[in-house]
Design a protein around this ligand. Structure first.
Ligand code: PGA
Length: 256
């Protein structure tokens, strides 16, 4: 089902897991279990090396493909990088941008992330812009300020018309891969703040933007999270690597 005008999105972030053939095996298992749940958006974001094989595997399904990162330039001398044009040629619909692991390990700044968001939109890719505070920042009561800065700086230059193609993911860094989840109320507070900021930026177009929660989301805690008025789906790491848990998450969204 959907939340009034927003359809749930369950997106798997495989991170640096799965070879090309392992990816196909996982997609095939997901396809077998998914049935005709057209009311829930489903996406998988494999590593670059599995995009081509997974693109073929998802062809006859309602599973959409995304990448985990990209360079903002369309082509050129950027050794080791992958461009939006290349992702489009692999039939990607989404691209995760500004994941906290990229911010932390690869020192990506809000300005660079903003370039990527704009480049993704210009190339007809849907950016999933990730924002979220560290444990230190939460303990210092800086959550709203940190998330707001990441959001506003990441979205500079984005127009209200482009928001149809925009997804935001709130991922508290302390909850990623740790088994610690934000309580539904903690998550909703931040999601509401994000919605308010989006409204300040884009007016009523903000109502259409899906805001995903990410950080140890799993079948055991998904239902309560998805019940929150401003949580429109999940960006799933660990639980997306097994068909069983990923399918359970889709089923929970479907049952709402
Ligand atoms: P997790 O990862 O579900 O393993 O916590 C989520 C993410 O980093 O996108």
């Amino acid at each position: 089902m959907a939340k009034t005008i927003r359809k749930y999105l369950i997106a798997g972030n495989w991170k640096m897991n799965k070879t090309a053939s392992e990816g196909v095996d996982l997609v095939n298992e997901i396809k077998l279990g998914i049935g005709q749940k057209m009311d829930v958006g489903v996406a998988i974001c494999p590593p670059y090396t599995a995009l081509e094989s997974c693109a073929k595997a998802v062809e006859d399904s309602n599973i959409q493909l995304g990448a985990q990162n990209m360079h903002p330039k369309l082509e050129g001398a950027y050794t080791g990088e992958v461009s939006p044009v290349m992702l489009r040629s692999m039939f990607c619909t989404f691209v995760i941008i500004g994941h906290s692991e990229r911010r932390e390990y690869f020192k990506e700044s809000d300005a660079f992330i903003n370039e990527k968001v704009l480049a993704a939109l210009e190339s007809s890719l849907k950016p999933i812009l990730c924002v979220g505070e560290s444990l230190e920042q939460r303990e210092a009561n800086a959550t709203f300020e940190v998330v707001k800065t990441q959001l506003v700086d990441g979205l500079k230059g984005v127009t209200a018309e482009a928001t149809d193609h925009l997804v935001v993911a709130y991922e508290p860094v302390w909850a990623i891969g740790t088994g610690k989840t934000a309580t539904p109320e903690m998550a909703q507070d931040v999601h509401k703040m994000i919605r308010d900021e989006l409204t300040a930026l884009f007016g009523e177009a903000a109502d259409k933007v899906r805001i995903l929660y990410g950080g140890s989301m799993k079948p055991e805690n998904a239902s309560e999270l998805l019940n929150q008025p401003d949580i429109d789906g999940g960006l799933i790491g660990g639980a997306a690597l097994k068909a069983k848990s990923f399918l359970e998450l889709i089923e929970i969204a479907h049952s709402k």
